[in-house]
Design a protein around this ligand. Structure first.
Ligand SMILES: [Zn+2]
Length: 487
């Protein structure tokens, strides 16, 4: 039997008091005909508000009693049904013993996506990356791995309808979505063997120290760092070292103590070692068809504190992207925009210059947000969010403030900001996360993402709607930055 989607958004029969069941999530996105949960989930959450109800009224979903906040807001984690007959959230509100309102929301289950069918490419063919913000993965459904520049040739060993598999060197493979690669014509790769890494030159300016190696084609590389950013380990995939010498020009040796290179099965390893006590704002690796360049950015302002520092604030979402929505209907995009304005004021009174990625309800892509940081020469990049969990996760297992970073060079900033937010707001500690998000992936400056609290929780939504709470939160962030720059 096919159950037709049934949403009764307003079905309140007035008893002594008018009340309305307002379901906030799950909800249909524009153009979506039916909501679906992955087959493997056995429970998920519902949230919304019984508008006009009080905690003494009784509300149910699929027969389970719902706990109502003083204004009727609710959040519940309930079992999912598996058949068309049981795949429905059925809400009832009882006021003074009378069944006053009902609402039904039906959903379906998705089946697993099939594994890709690969056609081997033998012998391998070189295809070029053709998009500016491409990423590779470790396997289909695996982690983001490398971020090749447009024009980078990949040694393709197999293709499927949506994916391309390529060899990195030493038996290591990766996959990339086919839309990122020009598979219509092979790349002209000179001497299609391994990329040769030749001699190096180290130079120094007021802002940076730059290490340039000669190469025979655009290389794929990976950088790993220590949290105190005094050592940078680079792997140039599929590379062969032909280095005879590295020349340290000018005063560059005052900043970079040593560069060592070695040959591994999967490529060339480089170890770039900072001079003692040298601190960096960040770094950038980049490749062209003749060079591999590693730039280390000096701290722009060496004095402690926020005076003269440039902070970029990135209020998440905006425009048609609401972000998370709370049980009372408040939207993440609006809350973080207000928070960014209050935080900008606090930062300016502490002496910092501030740039916002958006100042109104407008949408921006993730690369556009990061670009604001690159274009304004920033000392710290803070992306501001309010949290919600994906379908199927128990929302009662998590609460409070979480801070996310990706580069180990951003970890100290994440720790300092997290500590000071917790002591300024008394929020629960939702933890510090190493997460591969686009807005915390930049390496040129420390970048963190703050999930202030859980907008999906009735209690934390109430906090986030309160301006005095957003001010306390902002003072915590400012103290965290001051702490970071005092070291
Ligand atoms: Zn968000």
């Amino acid at each position: 039997m096919v159950l037709i989607l049934l949403i009764t958004s307003l079905s309140s029969f007035v008893a002594s008091r008018a009340a309305e069941i307002r379901l906030i999530y799950p909800r249909l996105e524009p153009g979506q005909e039916q909501f679906s949960y992955p087959q493997e989930l056995d429970s998920s959450f519902v949230l919304g508000q019984m508008v006009g109800a009080t905690p003494s009224d009784r509300a149910f979903c699929n027969g389970h009693s719902l706990e109502l906040a003083s204004d009727g807001a609710f959040l519940a984690f309930l079992p999912l049904g598996n058949t068309p007959e049981t795949s429905v959230w059925s809400f009832t509100l009882i006021i003074g013993g009378a069944d006053t309102s009902r609402l039904n929301f039906s959903y379906c289950r998705t089946t697993d996506t099939p594994e890709p069918v690969w056609s081997e490419v033998s012998p391998p063919v070189w295809y070029q990356v053709c998009e500016p913000y491409a990423h590779t993965r470790t396997c289909v459904g695996g982690s983001y791995h490398l971020f090749p520049e447009s024009g980078t040739p990949l040694k393709v060993v197999a293709v499927s309808e949506k994916w391309v598999r390529f060899a990195l060197g030493g038996g290591v493979e990766g996959v990339i979505e086919r839309r990122f690669v020009n598979t219509s014509s092979p790349a002209h790769v000179t001497g299609a063997g391994p990329v040769r890494l030749g001699n190096g030159l180290v130079t120094e300016t007021d802002h940076a120290v730059t290490v340039v190696f000669q190469t025979t084609r655009t290389a794929l590389w990976e950088v790993s760092t220590e949290s105190d950013a005094d050592e940078f380990q680079v792997l140039v995939y599929g590379g062969v070292a032909t280095v005879d010498r590295i020349h340290f020009a000018g005063r560059s040796r005052d900043f970079v103590n040593d560069i060592r290179w070695g040959q591994l099965p999967q490529g060339v390893s480089l170890l770039i070692e900072s001079a003692e006590d040298q601190r960096w704002n960040g770094y950038r690796a980049s490749a062209t068809d003749t060079t591999f360049t590693f730039t280390l950015w000096k701290l722009r302002e060496s004095k402690p504190g926020l005076k003269g520092k440039h902070v970029v604030l990135d209020p998440g979402h905006g425009g048609s992207a609401d972000g998370a929505i709370g049980p009372r209907g408040s939207k993440e995009k609006d809350i973080v925009l207000r928070w960014s304005q209050l935080l900008a004021e606090e930062l300016k009174s502490a002496g910092a210059a501030v740039t916002l990625t958006r100042v109104s309800d407008t949408g921006l892509s993730l690369p556009e947000r990061v670009e604001v940081g690159h274009n304004s020469g920033c000392d710290a990049f803070l992306s501001l969010h309010a949290n919600a969990l994906p379908d199927g996760q128990n929302p009662f297992a998590r609460r409070g403030c979480g801070v996310y970073y990706y580069q180990t060079t951003s970890r100290r900033l994440a720790e300092a900001v997290q500590d000071e937010i917790l002591s300024a707001t008394k929020l629960a500690d939702d933890g510090l996360y190493d997460a591969n998000f686009a807005v915390v992936r930049p390496t040129d400056f420390p970048a963190i993402l703050i999930e202030a609290a859980y907008l999906m929780r009735p209690d934390e939504e109430q906090l986030l709607m309160d301006e005095s709470f957003l001010k306390r939160l902002s003072r915590g962030v400012v103290k965290g930055l001051q702490e970071y720059y005092s070291e």
